[in-house]
Every structure is written in C-alpha cells, then in structure tokens.
Design a protein around this ligand. Sequence first.
Ligand code: NAD
Length: 248
Amino acid sequence: MDQSKKLAIVTGGGSGIGLATTEAFVKNGIQTIIIGRDENKLKEASSNLGELCAYRVYDLSETSGMPALISEIVASFGAPDILVNNAGINMKKPFTEVTDDDFKLIIQTNLNAVFSLTREVVKVMLPKGSGSIINISSMSSQYGIPYVIAYTATKSAIEGMTRAMATELSPMGIRVNCVAPGFIATAMSTKALSNDPQRMNKVMSRTPMGKLGEPADVAQSILYLASDAAKYVTGVVLPVDGGNSIGF
Ligand code: NAD
C-alpha cells in the first residue's frame, strides 16, 4: 500500500498498540505525529523511527488546549488525513470501590478527549473532503467484564460515537471506524492480568487462537482502515481478538 504523502496523528503513540501503529504507518510512508504525556517515550520512538515521526507532548485529559494543539500541528505539517484515537487508561477495581473521581478521570481520558480532539481534527478535514478516523474500543464493549466499570462505559460509548460520527461525516468524505482489540500483550494488559491467574485463564479459555495478540496485529488492522484499501468501509467495529469475542 503506498500511502506516502499522507499525514496521521496517533494518540498514545509512544507505547503498545499506538507505537506499533506508528511503526506500521511510517513503514508505509505516512508522516505520523504521536501525541502523549511521556516526553522520553515519545522522543525515543521518534528518533528510532526517523524523520517521518514527530511528536507533541500533551496530556489528553486536558481538553481545553486541544484547539491550539491542532492549530499548531496544522500550521507545522498541514491538515491530517488520519486520526487514530488510541490513548487510553484502565482501572481494575470492585464496583463499589470506584470513586467519582476515578470514574471521571477514565471518562475524561478515554471518552471526552476522543470527542474534543476528533472535533478539532474534523474541522480541518472537512475543507479537504476526506479523512479517516479510527477509534479503539475493547472486548469490554462486546461482553461484560467485571471490575472495569468506567473503562467499559467509555469503550461502549466509543462504539456508539463511531457509528454516529460515521453516519454524519461519511457523506462529507470522512470515514470513521473502530478497532476492538482482544487481549494484546502491552503494559495495559500486563497490569490487568499478570497478578490474576484466574482472569488470565478465563481470557485464554475463551480465545480460540489460544494466545494473546501482539500490538502489530492491531496495528495492521488500523493501517488497513486508514488506507484507501478501505475506501468503502465506514462505521464498522472490527474485532482483532484471536476469536475472543466469539469464543465459547
Ligand atoms: P499502553 O498503556 O501501552 O498505551 C496507552 C498509551 O496512552 C500510553 O502511551 C499512554 O501514555 C497514553 N495515554 C494515556 N493517557 C493519556 C493522556 N491523558 N494523555 C496522553 N496520552 C495518554 O496500552 P495499550 O494496550 O497499547 O492501549 C492502547 C489502546 O488500546 C487503549 O485505548 C486501550 O484501551 C486499548 N485496548 C488495549 C487492549 C490490550 O489488551 N492491551 C485491549 C483492548 C483495548
């Protein structure tokens, strides 16, 4: 796929699925700007990936600065063709121990930030009449998972928002899709599964392919949805999960 001359923004591009996506984009000639909080991780990714990867340090839980962030990126690089809303946080706690502040932080990072950033990016995609937005949901929106109430609320909302945005924006040339990763070997899943053999067994017992996915597995599906190969695909939620969502 020759995607050269395209410009992408990948949130949380310094680690895990976001980093693998950035690697796949850069390999395919896509200039990619990664946004995250940890300057060291971003700098390392950018210097490993070369001149097609630039970074901006920004805490996405702060939505008020997003118009200025996107304006600065547009002034420096032009209007993006691709936005991957990948950054996210999780919190595993029994339902009654989740405080209002815990709940709000997850909603702010995983949902409000996706809305605000996408709105600003869509404003600059509309005049071009083209764009591809890829949101990231989770198995928690395919079936019920205990101890992740706030995370589940955000990921279910992401899927609904994907469909609503796709119906509104596709007539203007902007495709909106979602990838629902299964259990993928990253820092996030390690935190959730490494000290919980019961949960790990449950994951494996319902994953027909019998193993965790790799970040690159998800990245390839994001690359496909971002590319012209998916030019008639909009509003879908694509599980990349080794069969986990259909496992018995
Ligand atoms: P990860 O923890 O490696 O990556 C998440 C990235 O988001 C990090 O780089 C982090 O710095 C960034 N981030 C978080 N909060 C941020 C903020 N406020 N501002 C800026 N950046 C912020 O985890 P991952 O597994 O690669 O997760 C990527 C996405 O995939 C997330 O949306 C996650 O919910 C989703 N997901 C992961 C799995 C899995 O098994 N790993 C499964 C389903 C969905």
